[in-house]
Design a protein around this ligand. Structure first.
Ligand SMILES: [Zn+2]
Length: 278
């Protein structure tokens, strides 16, 4: 009996270790989703949801749904890649279609005063742009007041680091499979310095789908917009965002915009479809 127990403990420990590795290789969970294309049910659901949002949009928000042109991506095509020229825009839409230039490094990166899953290490991924950083601090302290203990896991990621993560993965599993799991350099939202992956002790600070069912995950889903953050890759929006559901990935877009997106159930992609350019 004890031998079986021991075996079980070893197996469990190994499983935890394997998962923990993915924390250090962010985006390993952020796989491009091609399933939706092949899943007519999901596609249909997306269509229905879209219709609902379209009718919602005709409500009271309509008059305020307009933004200065500076908040829209300005694009130039470089070697077939749609590159974002106005990369400092806090509403920059970075996804599988639009990339940040390799040279873009935000010039206002700060280390927010929040608990990190890796403690006090002063490393690249603990940084965010100033505005996003102070919003994150406010969000974490409001959460704490409600007895919700959040941990920041991964924020800013440079183009160079994204490139090395991808190359590392190509070395391990080959190019085709690597590109399924790791974002192409420039196409990771973490390069904006406006996105933070958040987790909790109850899921061992991992970036896993189970985070959705934790008190922390639920609190974030319902409250992040009050501080200017959106759940960037929601469930059932895979076809629109190009990424699987990620209950841990939050993107700063400013309070007003986050409220609008939350209220209408829009992703950042849908927001830009609905909003008028001034
Ligand atoms: Zn992320």
């Amino acid at each position: 009996m004890w031998v079986i127990m021991k075996k079980l403990i070893i197996t469990l420990a190994a499983a935890v270790l394997l998962s923990a590795c993915s924390v250090d290789i962010p985006f390993i969970n952020e796989k491009p989703l091609e399933k939706a294309e092949k899943n007519p049910q999901l596609a249909e659901r997306n269509e229905q949801t879209k219709e609902n949002y379209a009718s919602n949009a005709k409500g009271e928000e309509e008059s305020s749904l307009a933004l200065e042109a500076a908040y829209f991506n300005a694009i130039k095509e470089v070697n077939g890649i749609k590159e974002i020229v106005n990369a400092t825009n806090t509403l920059a839409l970075v996804n599988k279609e639009f990339a940040l230039p390799g040279s873009y490094i935000p010039d206002d990166l700060v280390r927010p005063k929040v608990p990190f899953s890796f403690g006090n290490q002063d490393i690249e991924k603990s940084y965010l742009r100033k505005e996003a950083g102070s919003a994150l601090e406010k969000m974490f302290s409001a959460a704490k007041e409600s007895n919700i203990h959040l941990f920041a896991v991964s924020g800013y990621r440079s183009y160079a680091r994204q490139e090395s993560i991808l190359n590392n993965e190509i070395g391990k599993v080959g190019e085709e499979e690597a590109l399924q799991a790791v974002a192409f350099p420039g196409k990771s939202e973490h390069q904006t310095g406006l996105a933070m992956d958040i987790s909790s002790e109850s899921v061992q600070y991992l970036l896993v789908e189970e985070f959705e069912d934790t008190d922390e995950g639920k609190w974030l889903k319902e409250n992040a917009h009050r501080f200017g953050f959106i759940l960037r890759y929601p469930k059932d929006k895979e076809k629109i965002t190009g990424y699987q559901f990620e209950p841990w990935h939050f993107r700063y877009v400013g309070e007003k915009n986050a409220q609008i997106m939350y209220k209408n159930g829009w992703t950042l992609e849908e927001f830009f479809q609905e909003v008028r350019k001034l």
